[in-house]
Ligand binder design. Structure first.
Ligand code: BDR
Ligand code: CA
Length: 314
């Protein structure tokens, strides 16, 4: 069965790899890409998403959504992703057009027109578009089969503040709406994404595929990994966002547990913290499948094998 998905993203090199993995996977039907201000401002995230469609020669509609979080000022992450958001490749003005209309309207209209339980949302950036759509039109909720998102942290601690992971910190109010929405959620936090490191061998295998998508992937990872390699002396960068798409294709690569996850929206000190009730010490509802382990070799095998398919088209 093909799963219908909407990818809501802020490319971002790792968001871009998530898009490529989805485009290459016949198990997934990407109905649209919605973009949000996050790693870089909105004008760049929708430009970057459209560039990835050009590179992959894929026709998927791209929409621009919210340019700032619900209540917080926008925090960006050029210090990791570079000024373009996708440093590591040469940027160009894409042929893929920007669709008219707001991403939130696209999400609402698409879901309202769908069967119950039929569309999977895949957010890989701050949750502003999804939180706004749920807030504006709760009738979309039964249509959502599942939300598979990248964000949050438990054992790893935060990567943007001591308590918070970037995507949740940028829009904790939107994240709070999503975590309380009542639909099934699969969450890829830093505990799992920090296990999928782009080691030298893994990037070389991707570069050796020699097709435009693999070249772009290797180029972007080579820039993206500089930050983690110098800050944490890691052997490569965590490919956070592609974990969401990989879970949809091959969930057996991952291990998780149903837990309650709640988001801190008030505290100046711990804003955006995800409180994961891993040991069920409260009776709060188990609203999230919290993923904490991955077969990282299997993940890179899957990614490399799927990226090799872009060569077949030539
Ligand atoms: C998340 O933040 C961004 O920098 C990445 O694209 C990823 O979605 C990791 O904290
Ligand atoms: Ca992202």
């Amino acid at each position: 069965m093909t799963r219908k998905i909407i990818i809501d993203c802020d490319p971002g090199q790792d968001d871009a790899v998530a898009l490529f993995l989805a485009f290459a996977s016949p198990e997934l039907d990407v109905l649209g890409i919605t973009t949000v201000g996050g790693n870089v401002p909105l004008d760049l995230t929708h430009r970057n998403a459209r560039m990835m469609c050009d590179i992959a020669e894929t026709e998927v509609p791209v929409y621009a959504g919210c340019d700032k979080p619900m209540r917080q000022p926008l925090r960006t992450a050029e210090y990791i992703h570079g000024e373009t958001g996708v440093d590591g490749i040469d940027v160009f003005e894409p042929q893929t057009p920007l669709q008219a209309g707001h991403a939130v309207e696209f999400i609402i209209e698409t879901l309202l027109a769908a069967e119950d339980d039929s569309i999977t949302l895949v957010p890989t950036g701050p949750l502003t578009n999804i939180g706004t759509a749920i807030d504006r039109e709760s009738a979309i909720l039964p249509k959502i089969e599942r939300i598979v998102l990248m964000g949050g942290a438990m054992r790893e601690g935060g990567n943007r503040t001591p308590s918070a992971e970037f995507n949740i910190l940028v829009d904790p109010d939107a994240a709070d709406i999503v975590f309380r929405c009542g639909r099934p959620i699969v969450q890829m936090g830093l505990d799992v994404t920090h296990q999928v490191l782009s080691t030298k061998d893994r990037v070389e295998r991707i570069a050796a595929l020699r097709n435009p998508v693999a070249d772009a992937t290797a180029g972007m990872i080579s820039f993206f990994e500089r930050y983690d390699m110098s800050k944490y002396a890691a052997p490569g960068a965590p490919l956070h966002d592609p974990c969401t798409v990989a879970w949809l294709i091959k969930p057996e690569l991952f291990t998780g547990k149903d837990c309650n996850v709640a988001v801190e929206t008030q505290s100046e000190l711990t804003l955006g913290h995800t409180a994961v009730d891993f040991w069920h010490v409260t009776d709060r509802p188990k609203n999230v499948h919290w993923v904490y382990e991955v077969d990282s070799d299997g993940f890179y095998e899957l990614l490399t094998q799927r990226l090799s398919r872009f060569g077949d088209q030539e």
